[in-house]
Design a protein around this ligand. Structure first.
Ligand SMILES: [Zn+2]
Ligand SMILES: [Zn+2]
Length: 232
């Protein structure tokens, strides 16, 4: 489909966009129109409605697309449709259907659980992550390093740089996820140094969590200043 120039939109609206909003169509609390109204009142110029997907969906994805198309006519906010898919194996394959992959504007790759019975090992995690990026299906890596944090796995700079290099090579965006306060500061610093393109995502499941740049967030002031410098 890709009628939106994602690269251009990202650059133009970086601080006036929220790239990760869930509605009550699936797991969020508020309706699409309530979320859009909130985005308007937060002065956002662009939002991405991102719903969880699986290969076999329990909801009608095409109906969601129709509803978004309807709302696009009623609001000045640019509304992207995204799918948040989980990685399902070490080869980096995603739990997403070809139909959904084709219909959405952006695909988010995420680790929501570990796909093996054992606890993830650092090396296994990195391999799966890099494979997912190299497949070239995802546009954005959602809530980076959430799974390792849950398992108390931490990465030395060398490993982080390997991840960052791969993101850069494949043009995959990094998500600064406000809900989970991720990626960790050392990762974010190295990513900014390497000029990795990023987006800001609230991962809002409630309209009151939608990004508002005038409200405090987890990003340390020093890093925030670097982000602003990059934008201006
Ligand atoms: Zn997620
Ligand atoms: Zn999400």
């Amino acid at each position: 489909m890709n009628k939106y120039d994602i690269k251009q939109l990202r650059e133009k609206f970086l601080l006036d966009s929220d790239w990760h909003i869930h509605t009550n169509y699936v797991h969020g609390m508020h309706s699409l129109s309530e979320c859009i109204k909130k985005a308007e009142s937060n002065n956002l110029k662009l939002i991405a409605i991102v719903e969880h997907v699986r290969q076999n969906l329990t909801y009608d994805f095409l109906e969601l697309l129709k509803e978004i198309n309807r709302m696009r006519k009623e609001s000045n906010v640019i509304i992207l449709l995204g799918a948040e898919a989980k990685i399902k194996d070490e080869e980096g394959n995603l739990d997403i259907s070809p139909m959904v992959e084709k219909k959405v504007d952006i695909v988010y790759g995420a680790f929501h659980s570990w796909f093996k019975n054992s606890k993830p090992k650092k090396e296994e995690y990195i391999e799966a992550l890099l494979n997912m990026i190299k497949k070239g299906v995802i546009d954005i890596w959602a809530h980076p390093l959430l799974l390792p944090r849950r398992y108390n796995i931490y990465f030395e700079d060398e490993k982080i740089i390997e991840i960052i290099d791969t993101l850069k090579r494949y043009g995959t965006y990094l998500e600064i996820n406000l809900n989970y306060k991720l990626p960790p500061t050392n990762f974010l610093n190295l990513a900014l140094e390497a000029s990795i393109p990023f987006v800001i995502g609230s991962d809002a499941h409630n309209k009151n969590q939608i990004w508002n740049k005038n409200k405090p967030n987890f990003i340390k002031l020093k890093i925030w200043k670097r982000i602003i410098e990059k934008v201006s």
